[in-house]
Design a protein around this ligand. Structure first.
Ligand code: FEO
Ligand code: CA
Ligand code: CA
Length: 642
């Protein structure tokens, strides 16, 4: 989603050494940057090495010919690759879905068709448990809607107030997730199958169970749900993850934008302010559903902002909001099975000066009995990260009764800690970051990559070692290196090491302190990294969101190695059409297909349904731009980037 405006203006301060002291400590420990020029504002910062010596297990560079930066109405992929629009907004998902008619959409038709603004993508092999790369379920988040691009007759600023009831219901039905069976034909490529597992999950009518420590808590009770156990729908689901037992985790992000009205309940005022609720609705749904009026239903916002677990292999299953993982603007939920069998879930909170979190289950993953893992995510410990200048990450436990998380600070139970996870992390002294977006683990090295998209509000006296640039328009990527034990990486531990992987922006502009491999080309540098994934060789694929605004060229997908000679040598592989961001990069298990979600194509200032900035992907008269999933394969076969 495009940059939000609700982030806190103030950064909480933490007791401890001054920034200068921290920098000195870090300087004494680390070598200075090579091959990049530090900005004036950070000239004294001890930026880590641009290159490491070749390390054991070095991976090859992703193999493709880089494309050029640019900004036009079409998508572009590296030569030798095929891009195929697999499914578009409005395409039929369910067997009884009508054909898409953009001039006559109804809530019923949209509820059976592919939703809007595709973001996270999971490829779930069929049959379940296999490593099939030719047949599977594509699970795709539909984060939000752009009403003025979906319906004729509106501008960006008048849709929410003027849209008809049916149009607002279409929007609600265009949110959520699509589960779509897909199959690859050797000659024709990928195609959608309207099979029995296909499903639409929406914000309009999909009932979800609330589970974990906050389930049933009075602060989750509403007029429609006095038990606080069931909520209709999920909203603003951005990135996500896949569990080892074959379910999908989908994350609610900017949920505050859906609530109108003044916060009437005194007890919820600070909580709602901390999440940005109360700034007005961008959607107008309160006009047809009173639960989106926070003056009437002050607890309704507390029922959003969670990680939702969905079993795509059972179309009758009830999605579950897992409250043990905390409530914030979740961006991604990447799972790792720890060396001791516990499951660790990493998640970012996408707001300026917000935090990086991980959740560690108490129970262990059972690879032999799927049902035994069913409620693993209801019981465990949530942590927030403090990135210390000495290169250590300290994971701070959000446990009721410990440290400041007591009734004296307004926390009456673990449910309160989870509902107000941000405030709990404030009190623990977590490190305020530059908008944490996706987090992924390198399957080869075990290191964890934290993508920070940007933070233009960070002042020079607010920089720290992990967020080293003031007015950071470009974003950066950190890596967390878990402690290695005899039996593997320890993702569950209270400490890890961290490093800077890259600092985005143009490395030729000496004023901004960008940091990459020194050989990054004029087309290989990037701005505003957001989603990421790894191929099986351990190459990092980074998608961007916001480059047109900050850098003047289209958002794209870049790839690089993370160790060895090609470390941080990012190169441009795919470029989106104007107005779009690239989301959800996802490989098949054998890397032979890469799916990307092109979100909000044509979303530029002044662009409308009638006069869009691009007609991608149809380029047909009367057809608005359509968010779509693109399947990318290599001509002649073989691994993408192989
Ligand atoms: Fe929905 Fe943080 O991007
Ligand atoms: Ca984003
Ligand atoms: Ca995102």
């Amino acid at each position: 989603m495009r940059e939000s405006a609700d982030d806190r203006a103030e950064v909480q301060r933490h007791d401890g050494p001054s920034i200068g002291t921290l920098i000195e400590r870090r300087l004494s420990r680390r070598s200075l940057l090579k091959g990049a020029v530090a900005a004036t504002a950070i000239a004294t910062l001890p930026l880590p090495r641009a290159l490491r010596a070749a390390e054991e297990g070095a991976v090859p560079d992703p193999g493709f010919t880089e494309i050029t930066h640019g900004l036009d109405d079409d998508s572009h992929v590296a030569p030798g690759y095929r891009q195929q629009v697999l499914i578009r907004w409005g395409d039929p998902v369910l067997s009884d879905a009508p054909a898409f008619d953009p001039s006559a959409q109804t809530a019923a038709s949209q509820s059976a068709q592919f939703g809007y603004n595709n973001d996270f993508i999971a490829f779930m092999p069929l049959p379940r448990g296999s490593a099939s790369a030719d047949h599977g379920l594509l699970c795709v988040n539909h984060e939000y809607t752009n009403g003025h691009l979906m319906f004729p007759g509106y501008g960006e600023d008048d849709f929410a107030g003027a849209a008809s009831s049916e149009e607002l219901k279409v929007e609600m039905a265009a949110h959520g997730m699509s589960v779509v069976e897909i199959r690859r034909d050797p000659a024709a490529g990928w195609a959608v199958v309207r099979g029995p597992l296909n499903r639409r999950i929406t914000a309009l009518d999909t009932a979800m169970r609330i589970a974990g420590p906050a389930a049933g808590h009075p602060r989750l009770q509403t007029t429609a749900d006095p038990d606080g156990m069931t909520v209709i729908g999920m909203i603003n689901n951005c990135a996500g993850g896949v569990t080892p037992w074959g379910t999908v985790l989908t994350c609610e992000e900017n949920t505050n934008f859906y609530f109108a009205g003044d916060v009437s309940a005194e007890s919820e005022r600070a909580n709602h302010a901390r999440m940005g609720v109360g700034g007005g609705s961008a959607y107008g749904w309160h006009r047809i559903d009173t639960r989106f009026d926070v003056a009437r239903e002050p607890h309704e916002p507390n029922r959003f902002g969670w990680v939702v677990e969905i079993d795509p292999y059972d179309p009758e299953s009830t999605p579950v909001k897992r409250t043990a993982l905390g409530r914030f603007k979740h961006e991604g939920a990447t799972t790792v099975v720890n060396s001791d069998g516990r499951v660790v879930v990493y998640s970012g909170d996408d707001g300026r000066f917000e935090y990086v979190y991980k959740f560690v289950t108490n129970g262990v993953f059972d690879p032999n009995e799927r049902e035994a893992n069913r409620d693993l995510l209801d019981d465990g410990t949530l942590y927030a990260a403090r990135f210390a200048a000495d290169g250590l990450v300290h994971w701070l436990a959000l446990v009721w009764g410990q440290g400041p998380l007591t009734p004296g600070n307004g926390f009456g139970s673990q449910a309160d800690v989870l509902i107000e996870a941000r405030r709990a992390a404030d009190l623990l002294g977590a490190t305020p970051m530059d908008r944490p977006e996706d987090i992924e683990t390198n399957p080869v090295t075990g290191s964890v990559y934290v993508v920070l998209t940007n933070n233009t509000k960070r002042k020079s006296d607010q920089i720290d070692a992990a967020n080293p640039r003031a007015e950071n328009r470009w974003g950066h990527v950190l890596e967390i290196i878990p402690t290695m034990r005899d039996d593997g990486a320890d993702h569950a531990g209270a400490e890890a090491r961290w490093d800077v992987f890259l600092l985005a922006g143009d490395p030729r502009n000496s004023g901004i302190g960008a940091l990459y491999h020194p050989d990054v080309s004029e087309n290989g540098w990037l701005s505003c990294p957001d989603n990421c994934t790894f191929d099986t060789k351990g190459n990092l694929w980074l998608a961007t969101d916001g480059a047109p605004k900050t850098a003047g060229f289209a958002d794209g997908l870049y790839a690089c190695a993370t160790v060895g000679e090609g470390r941080a040598l990012t190169r441009l592989f795919f470029r989106s059409p104007v107005g779009a961001e690239v989301c959800g990069p996802c490989f098949t298990p054998d890397d032979t297909a890469l799916f990307v979600a092109v979100q909000h194509p044509g979303d530029t200032e002044g662009s409308t349904f009638a006069a869009p900035a691009t007609g991608w992907p149809d380029f047909t008269e009367g057809m608005p731009p359509r968010p779509s999933v693109v399947a990318i394969t290599r001509n002649g076969g073989g691994a993408v980037g192989g």
